[in-house]
Write a protein that binds this ligand. Structure first.
Ligand SMILES: C[S@@+](CC[C@H](N)C(=O)[O-])C[C@H]1O[C@@H](n2cnc3c(N)ncnc32)[C@H](O)[C@@H]1O
Length: 329
């Protein structure tokens, strides 16, 4: 029977003849600890759903358009389409996308394609590169990275729901060199070998931005590229917002620097050629409730009388993308 572990094993099988193999034992130990410490109540139900997926490979797919498309509408018969539809709905809420599974379009909370379209023009061509995406969510951007020609796209994310969503897609594309390991970045070894490391929407969730940046550097090969996207505030290199309570109703936000302060930190950690390539005010068109994510979304997190402020009175979300290089040996 296909389980989530089958898909995780694929990472180890596919990388056994690569330089990542020297880290297999360390990663397997971290995964064993993760599973023993964090039992998930819905695992049996979700494993049954994965096992009930139609046993077919998508004959047609696209990773180069805004919507990640898996399978053509006419490939599955009616009964398989209905079965798949019920399985996709068992994995609500869908936050990152959009995706199309055969004839079912998933209009996710986030237009993650907008983020990708802002980042892509500013990064080194991903063709033939080994990329690592820290905090990859359900892997939407992993698919887009492969669409740009990456040789392998590995994601790290501890949230179990997103791992299952990723594997709903990968089930139909078993040969794709895309993987998610359900770990935290602080539990990874110093790979020192990825060509590009992404950290998109993660820094503000970390208690120590310096530790996070240091980890990211340890994953890169010398000369490799860091791409970091995070919440920022307006200000100079001494401006940092540390919300005492919630930020836009999120409890786990620690550290929101200005882009200039973040450039400063990234340089201080030892990266070269640090630059801010994009700054963007998050709109309620980019993050909103849909039928695939019916809970509150950005419009509920802002001050109803002033969209430039969060519900708590902080500056409303602005996101910046910064790019930097790990020095050559
Ligand atoms: C705001 S989402 C960003 C998802 C995606 N990267 C994007 O930009 O659309 C943050 C993600 O980081 C993950 N995350 C939080 N802490 C993490 C950690 N210490 N290591 C790895 N991932 C983490 C969460 O599970 C979540 O999926």
């Amino acid at each position: 029977m296909t389980t989530i572990d089958t898909y995780i094993d694929a990472f180890f099988e596919d990388t056994q003849d690569t330089e990542l193999a020297i880290f297999h034992d360390a990663l397997k130990q971290q995964l064993a600890e993760y599973y023993s410490q964090r039992k998930h109540g819905r695992k049996p139900e979700w494993d049954d759903a994965i096992a009930a997926l139609p046993a077919t490979t998508a004959l047609d797919y696209s990773l180069t358009q805004d919507t990640v498309k898996i399978g053509a509408g006419d490939q599955l018969n009616n009964s398989n389409n209905q079965q798949l539809d019920a399985i996709l709905k068992a994995f609500l809420p869908w936050r990152k996308g959009p995706f199309q599974f055969f004839n079912q379009h998933i209009d996710t909370e986030w237009r993650s394609d907008w983020k990708w379209n802002r980042i892509r023009p500013h990064i080194t061509d991903l063709k033939d590169r080994q990329v690592l995406d820290i905090g990859c969510g359900n892997g939407y951007h992993l698919f887009r990275m492969l669409g740009e020609g990456a040789a392998m796209a590995c994601g790290i994310d501890p949230t179990r729901l997103f791992l299952y969503q990723f594997h709903l897609a990968r089930h139909f594309l078993p040969k794709l060199p895309a993987y998610i390991l359900p770990l935290r970045s602080e539990h990874l070894p110093a790979f020192n070998q990825f060509d590009t490391v992404f950290s998109l929407g993660v820094l503000y969730h970390r208690r120590s931005p310096v530790d996070h940046l240091t980890e990211l550097m340890s994953f890169l090969r010398p000369g490799g590229e860091l791409v970091i996207e995070t919440l920022v505030v307006e200000g100079d290199q001494n401006t940092i917002l540390v919300p005492q309570d919630r930020y836009a109703k999120m409890a786990n936000v620690w550290f929101i620097p200005s882009a200039a302060a973040l450039e400063n930190l990234i340089s201080k950690v030892g990266f070269k050629n640090v630059r801010t390539v994009d700054v963007n005010v998050t709109s309620t068109e980019e993050q909103r409730a849909t039928e695939w994510m019916t809970f509150h979304s950005l419009s509920d997190f802002l001050d109803p009388h002033d969209p430039n402020k969060t519900a708590e009175g902080h500056p409303a979300p602005i996101r910046a993308t910064l790019v930097a290089t790990k020095a050559d040996r």
